[in-house]
Design a protein. Structure first.
Length: 265
């Protein structure tokens, strides 16, 4: 988990603590010193000490590492050198998201913390699914994460599809266009993967024209605590980014956001 001493990074790192506990994993806290002023270094040191104390209180095997340089480059090199299988970072804007997904080769889990006070124990996790196939392509890896987090927090996981509505009152359904029931049946692969891990997700199909606003509207209306979104990988992500979906989610999400990308092929 990359931390930089900021409030956002420390709040996001608490998700890393929860995930490490849920998965019985070892945790490396990587601090990359961009600002090397005395005040910034002191804040970072205090942040790392707080996180290490929390990790040890949870019974985790954790260590802190401090390096100097460009944060994304340092993270990429550290992941390769140490054989990291899942890297996490707290993000506040789509530009950083774009670089991390493009340059870091291992599986990535990016966190945008909106409500620090709620993140300790999310009760409802909204998982947008596109076209019936989880956008991550790594369905099993995503199912592992969701099952572990859902069990750890005792949270309800809801798989969500957004379908386009008819454009006019008397429009006919086009040949081959899916009904909501057909769309929901396409979720069965993901449901089965979660069920094999002891998690029984809910499902919901709604209507809307734009994924970003549709997802945030659903999360706000149903008062979800966390949105868990997947991507297929760097190239696919850049294509998806042009639609504005991730930009909208990172900037407008009414609750905390997790963006998962499986390891690059």
């Amino acid at each position: 988990m990359k931390v930089d001493g900021s409030f956002a990074a420390e709040a996001g790192a608490r998700y890393a603590l929860a995930l490490a506990k849920a998965c019985a994993a070892e945790l490396d806290l990587l601090f990359v010193a961009g600002d090397q002023s005395a005040g910034a270094m002191k804040c970072a040191e205090e942040s790392l000490l707080r996180l290490l104390r929390q990790a040890h209180a949870l019974g985790l095997k954790a260590r802190s590492v401090t390096e100097i340089g460009d944060p994304v480059r340092v993270m990429r090199e550290y992941v390769a050198r140490e054989g990291i299988t899942l890297a996490m970072a707290s993000v506040t804007g789509p530009e950083v998201v774009r670089r991390l997904l493009r340059e870091v080769p291992c599986a990535m889990l990016l966190v945008r913390v909106v409500h620090p006070g709620r993140m300790a124990s999310p009760h409802e996790i909204l998982v947008p699914v596109y076209g019936g196939e989880f956008e991550g392509g790594g369905l099993e890896a995503a199912a592992d994460l969701l099952a572990n987090l859902g069990a750890y927090w005792h949270a309800q996981v809801v798989l969500f599809q957004l379908r386009q509505p008819l454009t006019r009152l008397f429009d006919r359904r086009r040949f081959g266009e899916e009904t909501p029931e057909q769309a929901e049946r396409k979720l069965h692969g993901f449901i089965a993967a979660l069920s094999r891990r002891g998690l029984a997700p809910g499902t919901r199909v709604s209507w809307g024209r734009r994924h970003g606003p549709g997802i945030t509207a659903e999360a706000a209306a149903r008062r979800h605590d966390l949105i868990f979104v997947g991507t297929k990988g760097p190239k696919s992500f850049l294509q998806w980014l042009r639609t504005g979906t991730v930009d909208h989610l990172v900037q407008k999400s009414p609750c905390d956001l997790m963006l998962f990308r499986p390891a690059a092929a």
